[in-house]
Design a protein. Structure first.
Length: 452
């Protein structure tokens, strides 16, 4: 008996230690089993308390009266499947007649308390079937991406969602995106994960970094073109517009609209072309869009209008030509001038890290979801990397990208430097890879006390 009690005490101590130091290990070893039992035992009473039950059918009530039996209890949604995952549980429910998926969504917070889970979210899979995802611990506290992810061409896993699922940046589904974030909010880390995920793919990376290239130029070996000032950015964007026109001419020539060919072979974008004719897709990363929109003179205003016009044209027409935009910035508002709201309207994907003002959050999510705006302005300053990601459909999630240092991103880009395509129209903007001479240190001005 003493040995048994000692073993139990050791197991309890181990479980407590794992829950404190390694919550993911604790969940896989103990938490998933305990949580599944807790859900199954409490299911009926919890659903009844949360208002997710319906009265029994009339024929059952009539049968109970005729047979003088006890009246049947209200019926909760039927459990179709309960599946444990590496971060929580997935509960699939079949709704009863008269129930709606919104009822389950509205009761998510009560379900979280009742089942003693960290978070609960729900979504409708099809008519009458709802999937409830429950997380057993804070998966965003220490982000660990799963070993196996669903990678496809132009689809990059960049972050982890609060429900434990992987957040993908799918350029085929959402061609253009806007990413906002104040200083030290985690925006640069998100961008590094994006570049690191695109590096092994057959894609051309084009960067515009008006902070003299301090963010993107260390990754230059994987970039086909880079610009580090607004003047070079204007020339580069004009070259991209010319490339877009050339690609459309190629598609038009190879469209093959004849009566003897099936509709599936008619080309409308680069992905309908044969592999040997398909142009290389291009992802354009703009690190600080406000630097392209600000001006202080008439000449700079003309350059600014030229840049914004080119960005709007690429956002409106670039998808079919395989040109995708990633617009990043600390501040994004209508005060940046004409054309900014038109550009925002073409950016389907929206990601907002911590922002310094509500206007930026409104520019990101004001036309999508008021709840997403509220969630974005509530991100605390000590939660670097936490972001709200949504799209024009109105859905949004809280995400966090795994921490990737600049050195790690540079190593990945150097490893796949041989995959950097050479685009002739962008050749003048190909970054020079020679090691620059060390810059002279600024001269120190002696203070009066030092010279005395």
């Amino acid at each position: 008996m003493t040995t048994f009690m000692v073993a139990v005490a050791l197991v309890v101590a181990l479980a407590g230690l794992l829950r404190w130091r390694r919550p993911a290990w604790y969940w896989l070893a103990f938490g998933a089993t305990l949580a599944a039992l807790r859900v199954l035992v409490r299911y009926g009473s919890v659903m009844d308390a949360c208002g997710l039950t319906v009265p029994p059918a009339r024929w059952r009530l009539a049968l109970a009266r005729v047979t003088n039996r006890e009246m049947p209890e209200p019926r909760p949604p039927r459990i179709l499947r309960l599946r444990p995952t590496r971060t929580g549980l997935v509960l699939r429910l079949k709704l009863r007649p008269g129930q709606d998926s919104f009822d389950v969504s509205a009761a998510s917070d009560r379900l979280r308390h009742s089942f003693s889970m960290y978070g609960v979210t729900s979504r409708e899979l099809r008519s009458g079937v709802v999937e409830v995802r429950m997380t057993g611990y804070d998966v965003l506290k220490r982000v660990q991406m799963p070993a196996k992810v669903d990678t496809r061409p132009m689809r990059v896993p960049v972050a982890l969602r609060e429900d434990g699922a992987v957040h993908y940046r799918d350029y085929r589904a959402i061609p253009h995106a806007l990413t906002l974030g104040a200083t030290e909010s985690g925006k640069s880390v998100y961008q590094r994960n994006l570049v690191a995920g695109l590096a092994p793919m057959d894609v051309a990376l084009v960067g515009i970094d008006c902070k003299r290239g301090v963010e993107l130029f260390p990754l230059a070996r994987r970039f086909s073109a880079l610009a580090d000032n607004p003047d070079a950015a204007a020339e580069l964007l004009d070259a991209l517009v010319e490339r877009m026109a050339d690609v459309y001419r190629l598609i038009r020539v190879q469209q093959r609209i004849t009566a003897d060919l099936p509709d599936a072979e008619i080309a409308a974008d680069i992905w309908d072309l044969p592999d040997d004719l398909r142009p290389t897709p291009v992802v354009v990363l703009v690190d600080e869009v406000a630097e392209l929109a600000l001006y202080a003179s008439k000449e700079e205003e003309k350059r600014r209008d030229r840049i914004i016009t080119a960005l709007v044209r690429l956002a409106q027409l670039g998808r079919a030509a395989g040109i995708y935009l990633e617009i990043c910035g600390q501040r994004f508002g209508s005060e940046l001038g004409k054309g900014i709201t038109m550009l925002r309207a073409q950016l389907t994907g929206r990601t907002a890290h911590r922002v310094n003002d509500e206007t930026s959050a409104n520019m990101a999510f004001g036309d999508i979801s008021p709840d997403a705006v509220l969630a974005a302005i509530q991100i605390p300053a000590d939660k670097q990397g936490i972001a709200i990601a949504g799209d024009s459909s109105g859905g949004w999630h809280r995400i966090r990208a795994p921490h990737t240092s600049l050195r790690q991103a540079v190593n990945i880009c150097n490893r796949y430097a041989d995959r950097t395509p050479d685009l002739p129209e962008l050749a003048p903007f190909r970054p020079a890879l020679a090691v620059p001479a060390s810059a002279p240190a600024p001269s120190a001005v002696a203070s009066p006390t030092a010279t005395a």
